[in-house]
Design a protein around this ligand. Sequence first.
Ligand code: GUN
Length: 294
Amino acid sequence: MSAQLIDGKQIAADIRGEIKTEVEEMKTRTGKVPGLATVLVGTRKDSQTYVRMKKKACKKAGIASFGHDLPEDISQEELLKIVRELNANPDVHGILVQLPLPDHIDEEAILGAINLEKDVDGFHPINIGRLSMKRREPLFVPCTPKGCIELLDRTGVEIEGKRAVVLGRSNIVGLPVAMLLLHRNATVSICHSRTKDLPGVVREADILVAAVGRAEMVRGDWVKPGAVVIDVGMNAVDDPTSEKGYRLTGDVAFDEVKEVASAITPVPGGVGPMTIAMLLRNTTNSAKHHLKMV
Ligand code: GUN
């Protein structure tokens, strides 16, 4: 069997088209457009690439972006001051502080300083706290986990009652995606480096979300026939045959797993484009809320 390819690039393009239309309507009705502030500290290549892609996507959708590229050695106080200025700026409806931050910065303090109503990344402790409790509604849900659920929904995958296995327990993906699956009534296991018989646990999954950051760790014989596989991994591996000298690969051995799964996301072109689409969605929803359109 060869699995259905879950085309994140196409699904994200559809969503970005929907957002573009909403932004045009907003501009006609209110004269305003959504605004996203991106805060990048330091010179990490991957973070620079992500922020550049986010700004480009904003532009295409008609969303204003406000970039703050800051030196690695910025002090905690200076960074807090910038966040507070963005909180007070009425043209900014969303604030994204790209993670990870340098070690001398207290990440929790910075994320906690973001105005809850502009927390389009959903990492404010109150938004995360609400996400982690029953019958509490976070104002915003983190973008990559939200994108994973959107991929399942738009592919017609039922979540309720399914065994879901999340590989990885990061604050950015593993933990929040597990909460979202649980809220949708999946039975959820979260696996990590200390999990005993990892292949055996992964093999129980009807829905597998792989988010460990280990290239091609999930092999074909780890996957239950017919499972749906969402690969969040984005790993650069050396490849002398490629022009750049490396290629991007997921946490899943795609060629093996596609023969076993019923549906699978590719890397690149699966979850990655969805993260950005969900950021634009959260920013546009925030602007609608601020402009009292909802
Ligand atoms: N670093 C890796 N993924 C993300 C994300 O979704 N948001 C932010 N702010 N930083 C990240």
